[in-house]
Design a protein around this ligand. Structure first.
Ligand SMILES: [Zn+2]
Length: 282
């Protein structure tokens, strides 16, 4: 879709499945399963939706999905279903993987960074986007490379260490512009350095919300994932963000929603809800 001076392309890398209880934290199952029904293993279906931002002669991709390095056991545990490789999805929009200039990470969990690297023969791992620099927050990098018992399962070294070995990582310190109109904003909460991306053009704002609001079912402020390391930080940031998004009619991209890639947050009788926006149309 055209968004001011930018073209925004929402991709779907794959569908996967996570425990419904873990996805909704303290919210009881009778409430969340009305929004997202669980399968026999209590899992709900989620998508991974990287966002391509094109403008000013540059192509950025924000996150890159789970990727294709998972072994059969984990492919089953996470119920990964992929119609086509990310490279093919990009090609459908006429974008070659060598045309991507910047890969921007919201954070380094495997469902966001898995597609950053790929097998390239002889057991080696290489950056998927051969010409790109990978912009990663320094604090997130430090956490991913020094995992503890609580986050170890989410940080897989194969997704980020090969980037450093290839010399393609650019560390980002604070908030700021990745390019004019594209701004990284730290939310904390999900991970200490979890980041969302604001895209601003001609008075309008689109936001890649990453795991701050992973699906439209998470738009209620206290509906926070049990995966979040600092849920009270999520709560504080999200309360302000949802208010701001309603006021300013942000176009919000929901990275994990199985059906709704983007929408506008509105309010009815004091409760927020999402009005879906068709993003496939040009
Ligand atoms: Zn995620």
């Amino acid at each position: 879709m055209q968004f001011g001076e930018f073209e925004l392309i929402s991709l779907c890398d794959a569908y996967f499945h996570l425990d419904g209880g873990a996805m909704f934290g303290v919210v009881a199952k009778p409430l969340w399963e009305r929004r997202m029904p669980a399968d026999a293993r209590n899992r709900i279906t989620l998508a991974t939706r990287p966002l391509v931002v094109r403008g000013h002669g540059r192509t950025i991709i924000i996150d890159a999905g789970i990727g294709d390095k998972m072994d059969p056991k984990n492919t089953d545990i996470y119920g990964i279903q992929r119609a086509r490789a990310l490279d093919e999805s990009l090609a459908e929009y006429g974008i070659g993987i060598d045309e991507v200039d910047v890969v921007l990470a919201s954070h380094l969990h495997f469902d966001h960074a898995g597609g950053f690297t790929k097998h390239c023969g002889d057991g080696r791992l290489c950056p998927r986007f051969p010409r790109a620099e990978y912009v990663i927050r320094r604090g997130e990098w430090d956490d991913a490379t020094h995992p503890h018992e609580r986050n170890r399962a989410s940080y897989l070294a194969e997704n980020h260490l090969p980037l450093h070995d290839a010399g393609v990582v650019r560390f980002m310190e604070g908030d700021g512009d990745v390019m004019p109109g594209v701004r990284a904003v730290r939310t904390g909460g999900h991970t200490k350095h979890h980041t969302i991306i604001h895209i601003e053009s001609r008075g309008r704002t689109a936001v890649f919300a990453a795991d701050l609001i992973p699906t439209i079912a998470h738009v209620d402020v206290p509906w926070i994932m049990a995966y979040d390391l600092y849920p009270m930080d999520t709560l504080e940031f999200k309360r302000r963000f949802v208010h701001e998004a309603i006021e300013r009619e942000y176009l919000v991209f929901f990275e994990h929603d199985p059906k709704v890639a983007a929408g506008i947050i509105r309010e009815k009788a004091g409760r927020p809800f999402v009005e879906a926006v068709e993003v496939k149309a040009k």
